[in-house]
Ligand binder design. Structure first.
Ligand SMILES: Nc1nc2c(ncn2[C@@H]2O[C@H](COP(=O)(O)OP(=O)(O)OP(=O)(O)O)[C@@H](O)[C@H]2O)c(=O)[nH]1
Ligand SMILES: [Mg+2]
Length: 221
């Protein structure tokens, strides 16, 4: 090397190993901690406005007499959803992600560091409203629910097959609006079946409560 040569370094990142790998490790630690406290943890994902918060409110109404609930709300900047759920006298933890379009396992670990988890049986995590980004970042939850609804048009499933694939349960929400929107729920179910023939699908209205009992039982509540 001659004296005038600038120092140079090339770092080849394997994004799957470096980024997703680190998240998987943090998710495994979260899972272990949740298990130690006997918690059932549900990660709820879906596009903006599909009804994630409304679904959590409906599930809380259904199970609050039986289980002690904590809600963890992921949002870019506001506490709107945590405030909504909190108004039902449910404890909440807010994570404001700033610019990040999803929660990750480390955020969950940090947010729960000072929370006494022995006070709860069930944790509902509302992920940031987005159907793409959260899919790559497991949080250590027992079940991942993807909420789609009849107000986002007919192609949500066909356009997001990878997100559907990683879900444990699909909730088709707002079925009370299907008729007026001329939405073909059977076609949406067929699209989901194309991606995964065995994926449990629940058709609900989080607003009227239709179908919530069935979903709640399937979650073990
Ligand atoms: N008619 C009807 N409206 C619903 C239902 N579920 C949610 N909504 C309405 O849809 C709107 C969005 O619901 P939210 O629960 O805020 O949706 P979200 O997925 O939490 O939205 P973000 O957190 O902003 O991503 C609200 O006006 C809800 O009242 C449903 O089953 N039926
Ligand atoms: Mg919400």
């Amino acid at each position: 090397m001659n004296g005038s040569q600038k120092e140079h370094r090339t770092v080849n990142l394997d994004i799957h190993k470096d980024l997703f790998g680190a998240n998987e490790e943090a998710a495994a630690l979260n899972k272990k901690k949740f298990k130690e406290f006997g918690l059932t943890v549900i990660d709820i994902m879906g596009s903006v406005g599909t009804g994630k918060t409304q679904l959590i409110e409906a599930l809380c109404e259904r199970i609050r007499g039986k289980h002690r609930i904590l809600m963890v709300a992921g949002d870019l900047a506001t506490t709107i959803d945590a405030d909504r759920v909190g108004s039902h006298e449910i404890d909440t933890v807010q994570i404001n992600t700033g610019t990040a379009c999803h929660l990750d396992a480390r955020m969950i670990r940090v947010a729960l560091t000072d929370v006494d988890l022995s006070k709860y049986d069930v944790v509902f995590i509302e992920n940031v409203g987005n159907l793409i980004c959260p899919a790559g970042y497991p949080l250590g939850a027992d079940k991942k629910i993807v909420v789609v609804s009849v107000t986002e048009g007919p192609y949500m499933v066909r356009k997001h097959p990878l997100t559907i694939k990683m879900a444990d349960i699909i909730v088709i929400n707002k079925i009370d609006l299907a008729e007026v929107l001329e939405f073909n729920i059977d076609a949406l179910v067929r699209d989901i079946r194309e991606v995964d023939a065995d994926l449990p699908i629940f058709q609900v209205s989080s607003k009227t409560g239709l179908g919530i009992d069935k979903l709640s039982s399937a979650l073990g509540f």
